[in-house]
Design a protein around this ligand. Sequence first.
Ligand SMILES: [Zn+2]
Length: 176
Amino acid sequence: MSKILAVPVSLLVVALVAVACASSHPVARAHAVLRPATALPGDPSAMSRPTIRKLDADLRDAVEAAARAARKDGVTVILNSGWRSAAHQERLFREAVSRYGSEAEALRYVATPDTSAHVTGDAVDIGPEQADEWLREHGADFGLCQVFANEIWHFELATTPGGTCPPMYPDSSYRG
Ligand SMILES: [Zn+2]
């Protein structure tokens, strides 16, 4: 973790879709590389955001390491969503049911609070598409794998660093 301190915080900009995440929790400078786009340069506020702070530590470290490597290739990795509360996930699922017309169809795009890896802090949604493509090619070097064939932005720790990613589920309904 301490190696991250050597990385200029300006190397990675993390945009947060989630709002209302502000808190006064202690900042962990080790994770300064993951921070919202709205933070001032040099403001290590990432860990004040539950969407980052409540991620599994190994996943967070892997995303940070991948983001630094991607940056060397000229690719900026943006964390659009990480940990989500069960209530937030339930809202997303209900919105999807409205949008797609049935729970069965919604499950192809949004998991329930009981099954979502975001709720346990074990998944990240990464953008922009260039970063997704970079991670599809290089993510396994860090243990990061695309899990669902229809979600190019969703990554989880699913292999050992340098390993091979398991076959993807067609969509999130298959994991159930
Ligand atoms: Zn996701």
